[in-house]
Write a protein that binds this ligand. Sequence first.
Ligand code: SF4
Length: 214
Amino acid sequence: MRESKARKIERAAEVVKLLYNEYPNAKCSLHYNNAQELLVATILSAQCTDHRVNIVTKDLFRKYTSAKDYAYCDIKTLSEDIHSCGYHNQKARSIQGSSLMIVEEYHGHVPDTMEALIKLPGVGRKTANCILGEYYGFPSVVIDTHMVRIMNLLDFTKSKDPKKIELELMELFPEKDWVKLTHMVIDHGRAVCIARRPQCNTCTLSDLCPSVIN
Ligand code: SF4
């Protein structure tokens, strides 16, 4: 039988409660001190582990201390500085392009709206939502690969399109839980609901999950 929207909302609330119990300290694992640093770290984190990004940004943030530094630096040097994060040429272009726009159009301050953020070169909704939720404290849902996979397994969406999933989840989960939800789901995806080998027998969500494997 098709699950009603009301029941889905109830189930979402139960899932959140269990995730809070399981991952009370879930938080962004990228290191940063300001919005510019979070922007750079988030761009670097695409196809790269947060652990690797934190190693790279330790020196990077000492060398480049403002949007201006990234905007007017030698791009080849920047690319070398971030080499071990992978896709370094493309990421260097995104960091420099977005920083240049931040300097020229926003007086060096990372903007705090979705419309403005997604106009920055190399910045999509995932990075924008990360800045909005993590740094500015606005309710926002970051959709990464763990969110796509686990929200499909939990049948809170049938889509693989991050924007569609984001909007669907906003209807199911209370606003106050949006930012924390992503961090808890990422922790769950790393520890239990691992891609291609979910540990359903130890999963706290097993009674609420239509994809449970017994
Ligand atoms: S029950 Fe299994 S498939 Fe469902 S969330 Fe838990 S680990 Fe993932």
